[in-house]
Every structure is written in structure tokens, then in C-alpha cells.
Design a protein around this ligand. Sequence first.
Ligand SMILES: *[C@@H]1O[C@H](CO)[C@@H](O)[C@H](O)[C@H]1NC(C)=O
Ligand SMILES: *[C@@H]1O[C@H](CO)[C@@H](O)[C@H](O)[C@H]1NC(C)=O
Ligand SMILES: *[C@@H]1O[C@H](CO)[C@@H](O)[C@H](O)[C@H]1NC(C)=O
Length: 171
Amino acid sequence: MLFSVAFVGLMASTVVSTPLKYNIPAGMKVSADCTMPSEYTVSDFSAYTDRSNQTTVSFAYVDSATGINTHCERNPSSKPHNTNPSLASRYACDDANVEFIYQTAGVVGLTVIEAACPGSGSSAFEASSLVPFNQTCGSTPMGRNCTSNPSDITDDFTSLQPRPAGAFAQG
Ligand SMILES: *[C@@H]1O[C@H](CO)[C@@H](O)[C@H](O)[C@H]1NC(C)=O
Ligand SMILES: *[C@@H]1O[C@H](CO)[C@@H](O)[C@H](O)[C@H]1NC(C)=O
Ligand SMILES: *[C@@H]1O[C@H](CO)[C@@H](O)[C@H](O)[C@H]1NC(C)=O
């Protein structure tokens, strides 16, 4: 197990500048040409709640190692990406290999989820992270707008798990 983690880290080292902060599960076969998600950047986060309590969340998501640079938004007409309604609602970014959960109850915050090795057949794994930031909010008569502090957040994925059943509408 230790050997295989080190081996994957070496294989990925040509494109991944930071070592992985999680273990590759024993059941996951990682092909040599697959770059595992390791580090992401969330920027331009805002959560705007209008006078009828409808919230629009948006941010930019970049994983330069896997080549993802996408816009993520959940607005009042967005539908959850997951087909299993008992899971926390996930919303897809424009690049649907990235999903997010914005929770306002319990631990308030943004969770980002990136599919690991999408399209490689045995790719039912995902990296996820609770994005560390505090919110700074301001109110106007039109509503309440919260932004992240800091405004650019770069952090490591510390978890790689099998995708839960019904988590992801394929395609
Ligand atoms: C919006 O949500 C707050 C807090 O949950 C509640 O107090 C308020 O009545 C809601 N307003 C509307 C217009 O639904
Ligand atoms: C959030 O704010 C608290 C209190 O000021 C601080 O200790 C913590 O480091 C902040 N977290 C982040 C991710 O900036
Ligand atoms: C909320 O704040 C962000 C950052 O300042 C800004 O880009 C966005 O336009 C604001 N949203 C609204 C609806 O005012």
C-alpha cells in the first residue's frame, strides 16, 4: 500500500507539483497517463441571497494539473446533479467533472468534488475538499452578498473516495 502510493506519486510527478495528501485506495487502478487531482484554487466566490431568500452561489475553479478551468454556479433554477435524493445536493460546474455542495446548515461552507481520472473506465473515484474560507457579507435593500475571505483559496485535496451510488448523472 505504501509502495503503491509512492509509485503513483512518482508517476504523477511530471505534472503534479505538490505530492498527493491522500492515499490511493487499493481498489483503484490508476493508469500511467492519469493525473490525480491534488490541488485546486477557488476564486471569485460569492453567495448572493435576494429578498425572496433565493441564493445564487458562483465561483471560478481551477486545477492546473488536471487542466480544469471552469465556472461554477448554483442559481434558483439549478437542478442537483445527483440522481440519489438522499445525498447532499451536488451541483455541476460548467465542466461537469467538477461538482460542489454549498451548505448553510451545520458547518457552513463550500465542498468541491473533482472526478478522478474521468473517462478511464475504472474511474468511479472522486477527490473532495471542504474549501477553507470565512465569509464577508454585506447587505443592501436588494439582498445580502457574501464573498470569501481570502478571495483566492488554494488548497490540497485530502480525500479520495469511491463515488457514492447515484451521485453523478453520467454524461
Ligand atoms: C428568509 O429567511 C429568513 C431566515 O431563515 C427568515 O427569517 C425570513 O422570514 C425569510 N424571508 C422570506 C421572504 O422568506
Ligand atoms: C477564519 O476566521 C478565524 C477568526 O478570525 C480565523 O482564526 C481563521 O484562520 C479564518 N479562517 C480562514 C480559512 O481564513
Ligand atoms: C457580490 O459580490 C461579488 C464580489 O464583489 C460581485 O462580483 C457580485 O457581482 C456581487 N453580486 C451581486 C448580485 O451584487
